[in-house]
Design a protein around this ligand. Structure first.
Ligand SMILES: [Ca+2]
Length: 317
């Protein structure tokens, strides 16, 4: 019996990617949400049903579905993957199953300010377990917690509970040290871009130019984290792309850093899903530029084909 079980496990590992725990956290830091859901429930005593959910989304295509299946596999096959608009969503919503999710993030903590919401979400989990969410004071406390979440409380809820005071956010001491490389890959899976930026430019001899760039975009509240990523990678500039938006980019645009640091890094700590295909095309583009073939018409054409078939241009069957 035991041998049989082992055999099954090995087979499963071969079928699905065995994701690194820090990859799971990095990917979640960029793409997941820890949410508190409220639903009106006329049959219950307080008229409100409260639940909590962990979810992570990815654009609809076959490669990303494989990635979400691997995430589900990592979380012991708990939860389900569904389609919503042009996104897949992996969701876990029962308290029993969410305990596995919570344990993971306690062992491999979130690095972005999403950590605040995770901690508040855990408080709500404890309250639901203690059945406090079925008491008036419990409901009020959960509403005050939910009101500080990005989506906050709906107008309907505010109308029914006008006196809710937002809870204070937990204070978290953020680390400034280097960061686990698998976390970086997970985060880039969610919020990183590899672009070849092939554009017309009159002043160039051949009339076109290709300016490859690796980029990570994040809200300014995670500026310390962006600096940690730069420190760990050993390259990258911090850029504020627009005055009006509260965002910062880590940008790497020079060929030396791209070919000697960025490419080897993501070859060692692999991406998955559609992002891996974009990275592979980016790598091909960098090779063309390194060989100075971008100074020929043939090389420029090859770069154009790559640039117009990656990222948002990628076609899926
Ligand atoms: Ca994000």
């Amino acid at each position: 019996m035991v041998e049989n079980k082992n055999y099954l496990n090995i087979k499963k590992v071969n079928i699905k990617n065995n994701l690194h725990p820090w990859f799971i956290t990095g990917y979640s830091d960029g793409e997941s949400s820890f949410s508190i859901r409220l639903r009106s429930s006329p049959r219950s005593r307080l008229g409100i049903h409260i639940s909590i959910v962990y979810s992570i989304g990815a654009e609809i295509n076959s490669e990303n579905k494989k990635l979400l299946k691997s995430v589900k596999y990592y979380f012991e096959e708990k939860g389900s993957i569904s389609k919503c608009g042009n996104m897949y969503s992996y969701e876990v919503s029962s308290i029993k199953k969410l305990k596995i999710i919570r344990k993971h993030f306690e062992n491999f903590p979130l690095q972005t300010t999403k950590m605040f919401y995770f901690q508040l979400w855990c408080q709500v989990m404890d309250m639901i377990e203690n059945k406090d969410h079925l008491k008036k004071e419990g409901v009020l406390k959960i509403l005050s917690i939910k009101s500080v979440f990005p989506k906050g409380l709906s107008k309907v809820v505010i109308k029914s509970y006008p006196d809710i005071v937002p809870c204070s956010k937990p204070t978290i001491e953020f680390c400034r040290k280097e960061i686990n490389p698998y976390w970086i890959t997970g985060f880039v899976q969610a919020d990183g871009t590899f672009g070849l930026n092939w554009t017309k430019q009159k002043r160039m001899v051949l009339g076109y130019t290709c300016q490859p760039q690796f980029r990570i975009t994040q809200h300014k509240r995670d500026l310390i984290l962006l600096k940690r990523i730069i420190k760990t990678l050993g390259c990258g500039n911090l850029v504020k792309p627009s005055i009006s938006r509260n965002e910062y980019n880590i940008s790497v645009g020079n060929i030396k850093d791209l070919s000697e640091i960025i490419i080897p890094f993501f070859k060692k700590y692999s991406l998955y899903g559609a992002k891996l295909l974009d990275f592979n095309d980016f790598f091909k583009g960098i090779c063309i530029i390194k060989k100075k073939e971008h100074l020929t018409i043939k090389g420029l054409k090859q770069l154009k084909i790559l640039a117009y078939h990656m990222n948002t241009y990628r076609k899926w069957k």
